[in-house]
Design a protein around this ligand. Structure first.
Ligand code: NI
Length: 256
């Protein structure tokens, strides 16, 4: 059994099918999923699903795409919904200079405000970082006192050198891999082989990042098996399902 640590079945594409997706998790060999919020509505839906289903857990927060609409009231709002026993992390939050849908300075401020929120609530953090390597590392270093509960860089797409820089600066950092690693030109083998085994997590990021051979279609938690298979080929001696389950439970302490 595997834990899919990053899903968006709260996304409009999947939300209508959320109950049926959840009911087939067991037969898809998935023990738990984390439903990750990216704005108010999606976070609210994540909590709703998590409170209804014992196999589902929630993360709440505002994605950098929506950082420009973040206001003081949101801080209070997220503090409140994050009190739910089923909320295991703050996320996904971070920096996205690829799409750049919010000004960079606002993205940074909103990211740091949510790091503070996570620390106040004693929750780990799910980080989205795209084309923002330098700023992300320096923000994490500058705010390391808010990172005591650990964090994961989801859909890790940077280099092994960058991963090692983060590992040497932080004790509790994890790297999550999804469908991207199955893409022909992704070349993630060296990174996965180079990372300590106790830092690895798996995810689908569904409905996005659909693994080969379904690339281009909607992604579902059940396709996590393709991600696990790919990692098994890279690390044939490791029990990837068991290993990533233990790692997920170490980072997300409320995930039981
Ligand atoms: Ni995501």
């Amino acid at each position: 059994m595997v834990i899919d640590t990053h899903t968006h079945i709260n996304d409009p594409v999947l939300f209508k099918d959320a109950d049926s997706i959840i009911s087939s998790l067991h037969e898809d060999n998935i023990s738990r999923i984390v439903v990750v919020g990216y704005d108010r509505l999606s976070s609210e839906r994540a909590v709703l699903l998590a409170e209804k289903h014992p196999t589902v857990f929630a993360a709440v927060g505002i994605h950098p795409h929506s950082a420009s609409v973040f206001c003081e009231a949101d801080y209070v709002y997220f503090s409140n919904i994050a009190m739910s026993l089923d909320v295991i992390a703050i996320g996904e939050i971070g920096l996205d200079y690829f799409h750049n849908l919010s000004p960079k300075d606002i993205q940074k401020r909103v990211f740091v405000e949510q790091l503070i929120l996570a620390d106040t609530l004693k929750l780990p953090i799910i980080i989205h970082s795209r084309d923002a390597d330098y700023d992300m590392l320096s923000l994490l270093k500058d705010n390391r006192h808010y990172l005591n509960q650990g964090f994961v860089l989801h859909c890790f797409s940077q280099t092994l050198e960058y991963a090692n820089k983060i590992i040497s600066a932080f004790d509790s950092v994890y790297f999550s891999f999804g469908g991207l690693i199955t893409f022909k030109n992704a070349c993630k083998e060296e990174i996965i082989r180079g990372l300590p085994l106790d830092r690895l997590l798996v995810e689908t990021d569904c409905p996005y990042m659909t693994p080969v051979p379904h690339r281009g279609k909607t992604n579902y938690p059940k396709f996590i098996s393709l991600v696990v298979e790919k990692i098994k080929k890279i690390l044939p001696d490791a029990d990837i399902a068991e290993l990533t389950t233990q790692n997920a439970k170490t980072l997300f302490k409320k995930l039981v």
